[in-house]
Design a protein around this ligand. Structure first.
Ligand SMILES: Nc1ncnc2c1ncn2[C@@H]1O[C@H](COP(=O)(O)OP(=O)(O)OP(=O)(O)O)[C@@H](O)[C@H]1O
Ligand SMILES: [Mg+2]
Length: 532
């Protein structure tokens, strides 16, 4: 008998040792430990009572017993930390063995009364961590009706040190995990704010049409909606797509850009959806496909109008079902990807020509962002020019004195069929051709830009933008150039808000609605710009 008990105890020690080194989460550690103790001591019940220091109470977070109802009642109970045998063990810091609880003056009958148990023999061992007492392990009633022995008391005492440390570690771990979670959330929020900041500093745009672009970008970033970006070549479609990704909750995952015009149909499909090794000639290894690479992130489908019709059908399925079928496989796999598509063609015309699926267009076009061509927002040219001068003088490691009035005028007047990319390239070239310390002259631009009077030159005197203040603040007069972007934008914003407010007869709610911002946000801005 002695032999079997010892073997049982050793086995318990062994099992507990394993548990302590592997079960780090408190909710799974303690139930395991007490179930093991109950088994080894052949007890009716074992519970851990933890000390709630703030309220100076003991409670039963973990109970292992034969009767589920009793265990439930115990889990609801709390009593004063100096009550009962458990209270005595906690207070004295010493283990207690009681043979006949009912006749022990320290016994607290409240628990028996609530649960209907009849307590007889009890072992109560204090749990002490580095911070002091944290609770008690209590073993109740041997199943065979006998008393617990001193040996069993010593055994529980030996085990209790490890239990206490394990509980403390698990509590610390839980605390650390909580704070790590909250730190991670905070970092996420901060990073998104930063990304949004970058997005607004990298992208230059004033006037109501660009304000609408920024508003839509923010709205898109806040959701997982499929976005279609339309605009002529070089108007910043990819910049907008990246900006949305960066400002979204997906920014930790990949942004994958695919040019749909660059690949033949067969390759495009396996590029996007992946393939199994050997599924076609040349498929020498498994390819997960870009959709799965971008899982959790964004896929940017550039030049979507050039996507072959069969692929359009497959893409529609991806958008609708959220799953891809790799080439050579029959089972789809789930992907969580936001799709941003871009085109510089009018998809309506492509639908009429029968090259673009109408159903896909409706799916993509539900959230469309239209980028105005540069010639329709000439007010931004001085700002863009000064940004690019800074970029390229840093890149060419050359100090440039700025841009001459006449040269700037020729930029403002030009039609810019290649839009911002073309302007950027012009400035790159001009900076390369301008001597250190000198100002950019129109001679530094390519002939097509500076040629007077021919088709390249605009006949439109004033920009096609309907915001009068934008002009007076930073526009054709050129006094916007050289001004820090933040200042220029603030000045524009103040003037624009002033206009909208005037138009709405000073009604803040209506003005806020028209501006697409909240009433408090508008009030904040009015305060900031001293308009109110
Ligand atoms: N609003 C902007 N502010 C500053 N730079 C911009 C802006 N829009 C575009 N750019 C710059 O212009 C260049 C062209 O932009 P982007 O590649 O995004 O154009 P796109 O519309 O994708 O062109 P394409 O249709 O030819 O692919 C990039 O260098 C980009 O950084
Ligand atoms: Mg592009």
């Amino acid at each position: 008998m002695e032999q079997t008990t010892d073997t049982g105890h050793f086995k318990l020690l062994y099992d507990l040792g394993c548990a302590f080194s592997s079960k780090i989460e408190l909710p799974e550690l303690i139930p395991f430990v007490i179930a093991k103790c109950r088994e080894a001591l052949e007890a009716e019940g074992v519970s851990v009572l933890l000390l709630d220091r703030d309220r100076n109470e003991l409670y039963f977070p973990y109970v292992s017993g034969d009767d589920a109802k009793v265990s439930d009642t115990l889990r609801q109970m709390r009593f004063r930390a100096d009550f009962g045998i458990a209270g005595a063990a906690l207070k004295s810091g010493r283990p207690i063995l009681v043979k006949d609880a009912q006749n022990d003056s320290r016994f607290y009958a409240g628990v028996d009364r609530e649960t209907g148990i009849v307590s007889r023999s009890i072992i109560a061992v204090p749990l002490t961590s580095r911070q002091g007492p944290i609770g008690v392990v209590e073993v109740l009633n041997r199943r065979d009706g006998a008393f617990f022995t001193d040996d069993e008391l010593y055994f529980m005492e030996a085990v209790s040190g490890s239990i206490a440390i394990a509980i403390e570690n698990a509590q610390l771990y839980a605390k650390l995990r909580d704070s790590r979670e909250s730190l991670r959330t905070q970092v996420g929020v901060l990073r998104r704010d930063l990304a949004r900041h970058d997005l607004f500093t990298e992208m230059i745009g004033t006037g109501p049409r660009m304000a609408e672009v920024f508003r839509l970008m923010e709205a898109a970033a806040a959701s997982a909606i499929t976005v279609l970006i339309e605009g002529e070549t070089g108007t910043g479609k990819e910049l907008v797509a990246r900006g949305i990704h960066q400002a979204s909750a997906r920014s930790d995952s990949q942004f994958v850009a695919v040019n749909c015009a660059a690949l033949p149909e067969s390759l495009l499909e396996s590029e996007l959806f992946g393939h199994r090794r050997g599924s076609f000639t040349g498929a020498i290894r498994d390819n997960p496909g870009l959709f799965r690479v971008a899982d959790g992130g964004t896929v940017f489908l550039d030049e979507i109008a050039d996507m072959p019709a069969p692929m359009q059908a497959k893409l529609l399925r991806v958008l609708e079902e959220g799953e891809v079928v790799p080439v050579g496989e029959s089972l789809p796999s789930k992907v969580d990807v936001r799709v941003v598509a871009a085109t510089n063609r009018t998809l309506g015309t492509e639908i009429e020509r029968g090259t673009f699926r109408e159903d896909l267009y409706y799916r993509l076009g539900a959230f469309a962002i239209n980028l105005p061509p540069l010639r329709e927002r000439r007010d931004d040219i001085p700002l863009l020019a000064s940004r690019f001068i800074n970029v390229f003088s840093a890149r060419h490691n050359k100090q440039i004195g700025g841009i001459e009035r006449e040269a700037l005028d020729s930029l403002i007047a030009y039609e810019w069929p290649g839009n911002i990319r073309q302007l950027r390239n012009e400035i790159d070239r001009a900076v390369a051709l301008t001597r250190e310390g000198e100002m950019i002259r129109s001679a530094a631009f390519s002939p097509i830009v500076r040629s007077d009077g021919d088709e390249g030159r605009s006949t439109v005197e004033s920009p096609a933008i309907g915001a009068p203040s934008a002009k007076s603040v930073d526009g054709r007069g050129g006094n916007g150039a050289g001004k820090p972007l933040r200042e220029a934008r603030a000045a524009f914003e103040a003037a624009y808000i002033g206009d909208v407010l005037t138009k709405n007869e000073g009604n803040v709610s209506r003005a806020a609605r028209e501006l697409g911002i909240s009433r408090p946000a508008l009030q904040e801005k009015l305060k900031q710009y001293l308009l109110r």
